[in-house]
Design a binder for this molecule. Structure first.
Ligand code: TPP
Ligand code: MG
Length: 328
């Protein structure tokens, strides 16, 4: 892997993005413990913040993102408005999608986050279409699709890899291998310990990275994005990480060995990076504290914004539902 020495501003940004995501999601987890407070199923990516922050920070504004049910970190790293995101998660009218998407179907078209698909394994096929459009229009953008280790076993993902390989599309597959698919361990649903090697079967370069090391993800993300952008075709990243909470907030995670959780907690991507930045003198304790306080303040403000926002009214039922076909 090409090792770039990251400049301190970028390092600070990576740390800040991870802290914001963790703070945002811990607040959602807290609200879920209040009966009736949060709608639907809340699916969080605690422990996986480095994949989102590292990969998304390596992208250009014209690049398209397709995410999945564990999407908050991807959106926050892209700079999604915190207030509108929280309001959407609360299905409120001032949410990023007017309260019609909720946490599981978020999209932020202005930021080229086309959609999050909760149909496991559907994202790569949608991304195939987005990358085809980019290639067809001669755009310099690429498409990045995030999906899980469970999704990687779906036929749709393999079809997407095959066609992307045939058409040499600018499509970066990012598999977040968090060791679990629902309540199934990796060994129960996946025949290989090296998902990235499957890409080679489609003539796609496949690489793996420590998904808890934000700089390693960033560096590999830059390298693979450049490969896709150069017209050589798709690429595949497997980021090895761990899902620190249950599948969703309703899941007590009682099937997980607490010792395994402890081992992964010791590899927390945020704590590890904080130690590195302190050691390198990039940030000091006061600056770290201020990053955490700022995140907490912004998240509290987002909750207040979401709470104050009304639910979408019946007059909005038919808006944003149909698209006018282009006139010919
Ligand atoms: C086609 C389909 N099958 C099953 C489900 C139910 N489901 C939702 S998430 C999930 C597990 C996905 O695991 P993985 O792809 O590893 O992603 P992770 O949840 O670990 O981020 C399942 C089975 C679904 N949403 N869609
Ligand atoms: Mg998984």
């Amino acid at each position: 892997m090409i090792e770039h020495r990251l400049d301190p501003d970028l390092q600070t940004r990576l740390y800040t993005r991870m802290v914001l995501t963790r703070t945002f999601e811990e607040k959602i987890a807290e609200l879920c413990r209040e009966p009736g407070r949060m709608p639907g199923m809340q699916i969080l990516a605690n422990g996986q913040e480095a994949v989102a922050a590292g990969m998304v920070s390596a992208l250009e504004p014209e690049d398209v993102i397709i995410s999945n049910h564990r999407s908050h970190g991807h959106l926050l790293a892209r700079g999604a408005d915190l207030n509108a995101l929280m309001a959407e998660i609360m299905v409120k009218g001032q949410g990023v999608n007017g309260g019609k998407a909720g946490t599981l179907h978020l999209s932020v078209p202005d930021l080229n986050i086309l959609m999050t698909s909760t149909v496991v394994g559907a994202g790569p096929l949608l991304a195939l279409g987005a990358a085809f459009a980019q290639q067809y229009k001669g755009s310099s953008g690429i498409t990045v699709v995030f999906f899980g280790d469970g999704a990687a076993a779906e036929g749709s993902v393999h079809e997407a890899m095959n066609l992307a390989g045939v058409w040499k599309l600018p499509l970066l597959f990012v598999c977040e291998n968090n060791c679990w698919a629902g309540a199934q361990r990796l060994e129960e649903h996946c025949a290989t310990r090296h998902i990235f090697q499957r890409a080679n079967g489609y003539d796609i370069p496949g690489r793996s990275v420590d998904g808890n090391d934000v700089e390693a993800v960033y560096n590999l993300g830059l390298e693979l994005a450049a490969y896709c952008r150069s017209g050589k075709g798709p690429a595949f990243m497997e980021a090895l990480t761990y899902r620190m909470r249950g599948h969703g907030e309703q899941d007590p995670q009682d099937y997980v060995d607490p010792k395994e959780l402890e081992r992964w907690a010791a590899k927390c991507p945020i704590r590890g990076y904080r130690q590195k930045l302190l050691k390198e003198g990039v940030l000091d304790d006061v600056q770290i504290q201020s990053i955490h306080e700022d995140a907490a303040t912004r998240v509290e403000a987002a909750v207040a914004f979401g709470d104050a926002s009304p639910y979408p009214g019946p007059e909005t039922f038919l808006s944003d539902v149909f698209v006018q076909p282009p006139s010919v």
